[in-house]
Design a protein around this ligand. Structure first.
Ligand code: NAD
Length: 248
């Protein structure tokens, strides 16, 4: 007698046109998830999705209306959701005493409110025993100069992760976060080019002696998404940081 094929698990990754989101999508495909990429950069997300042979949806996470349409499209095409990864994010480093209001608002709108809006928009579409993983950062718990908006937004992500975990547990929906330190992605490279970080100094401060790789982060995200391996874990933030958070 043949064993029935397991039904495909459907995952949406936001911010999936680049960096960590894209790598999470790549590793999820390798672990047999059915993946949809969501990003506000329509051209890049379509190109990334074509390359991976998956569905692309263009939406800005600061727009609940766009997210509503995007999740409805995914569910219509692929079925109910088993996972959501919120990787859309950005940063605007700068001295706090003169940080422009628009920079503060942009970072909080995208990194914090955008994460919440995506959770909210996806909520009605989750299957039983589904999971959300939010991208936080070591900035949520370490005092990093010139990162006020980013630190506040990421601390907010840790807080909303706990609160949603408590509220949605009865719905058999787990909510966790990962908090990377410095990972070699386009975002980190841009900050180094702008002089906002010194990659050598950052690397020297990491106890394990290297920057993180997108794969390091993706594997932690996929662990937390997996009902078999992480089915009793919710409300947690897993720092993927080479030891930096507590010893860097
Ligand atoms: N790279 C790191 O070292 C690092 C460390 C800690 C945390 N993080 C977090 O990981 C996440 C991903 O970072 P990354 O390094 O991959 O960045 P990245 O810049 O390479 O990719 C971010 C993606 O998010 C998309 N995006 C930005 N604003 C959006 C919006 N309003 N709506 C939809 N999509 C939007 C961008 O188009 C881009 O494709 C972010 O939340 C970031 O704060 C990154």
């Amino acid at each position: 007698m043949s064993t029935p094929e397991p039904s495909p698990r459907v995952l949406v990754v936001t911010g999936a046109a680049s960096g960590l989101g894209r790598e999470i999508a790549v590793q999820a495909l390798a672990q047999d998830w059915t993946v949809a990429l969501l990003d506000r950069d329509a051209r890049s997300v379509t190109a990334a999705a074509d390359e991976l042979g998956v569905l692309a949806v263009a939406a800005d996470v600061t727009s609940p209306a766009e997210l509503g349409t995007a999740f409805a499209t995914v569910v219509e095409r692929l079925g109910p959701l088993d996972g959501l990864v919120n990787s859309a994010g950005l940063t605007r480093p700068g001295p706090s005493s003169t940080l422009p209001e628009t920079d503060w608002r942009t970072v909080v709108d995208v990194d914090l409110s955008g994460t919440f809006y995506a959770c909210q928009a996806a909520f009605p579409h989750f299957a039983r025993d589904a999971a959300i993983v939010n991208l936080a950062s070591i900035a949520a718990v370490r005092g990093l100069p010139q990162r006020t908006a980013y630190s506040a937004a990421k601390a907010g992500v840790v807080g909303l992760t706990r609160s949603l975990a408590a509220e949605w547990a009865p719905r058999r929906l787990r909510v966790n976060a990962v908090g990377p330190s410095w990972v070699d992605t386009p975002l980190t490279r841009r900050m180094a080019e702008e002089g906002a970080i010194d990659l050598k100094e950052m690397t020297d401060r990491v106890p394990l002696g290297r920057l993180g790789t997108p794969r390091d982060v993706a594997e932690a995200v996929l662990f937390l998404l997996d009902q078999t391996r992480a089915g009793y874990i919710t409300g947690q933030t897993l720092y993927v940081d080479g030891g930096f958070t507590w010893a860097g």
